[in-house]
Design a protein around this ligand. Structure first.
Ligand code: ZN
Length: 146
C-alpha cells in the first residue's frame, strides 16, 4: 500500500526522556506503553518517531513480549557473544559482552507515525534488553512531524 500523506507546513519537533530502572543484571523490559503514551502526549499525528537508548550496554529491539521469547533473546545473544570471553575491555570493565550486544543489535529505532498511530507490527513491542544491570536507564522519544 502506498499513499501520499500530504505536504507538511507546520512541522515541529518534540522530545521526551523516560527514566526507568532495571532490577536484574540481565532482563527484558517492555516499554511499549510508555512510548505509545509519549506519542499521544506529543500531539504529533503524522511524522517520524525515533526511540533511542543513550547507553552502550543496553539494546533496543522490536519484538514480541512473550516470556519464552524473552529468555530466547537473552540466551541466544549469548551464543553470539558469551558473557565470559577473552575480551580486551574486561581488563578495565567487566561488561564487554554487554557493549558488543548493544553494538551488534543496536539501540535505536525510527518508525513512521500516521494518524496518531505508530506503524509497527502486531508483535512489535518496544523491548529493552538490559545486559549490564541493575541500573537506572533512560529512553529518549523524539518526534518530527505535525
Ligand atoms: Zn564497559
Amino acid at each position: 500500500m502506498k499513499r501520499d500523506v500530504g505536504r507538511r507546513k507546520n512541522m515541529r519537533t518534540w522530545y521526551k526522556e523516560i527514566t526507568f530502572s532495571t532490577s536484574r543484571q540481565r532482563e527484558v523490559i517492555d516499554l511499549t506503553g510508555e512510548v505509545v503514551s509519549a506519542v499521544r502526549e506529543s500531539g504529533i499525528k503524522n511524522g517520524i518517531l525515533v526511540v533511542q537508548l543513550p547507553h552502550a550496554t543496553a539494546t533496543l529491539v522490536m519484538n514480541e513480549n512473550e516470556s519464552g521469547l524473552k529468555r530466547d533473546l537473552i540466551e541466544q545473544l549469548d551464543r553470539i557473544v558469551p558473557v565470559r570471553g577473552d575480551y580486551e575491555h574486561d581488563r578495565i570493565d567487566d561488561n564487554a559482552h554487554a557493549h558488543m550486544k548493544s553494538a551488534f543489535v543496536g539501540s535505536s529505532v525510527a518508525l513512521p507515525v500516521i494518524n496518531g498511530s505508530i506503524i509497527r507490527g502486531t508483535w512489535q513491542n518496544f523491548l529493552v534488553l538490559e545486559e549490564d544491570g541493575p541500573r537506572t536507564r533512560r529512553m529518549v522519544v523524539f518526534l518530527l512531524g505535525e
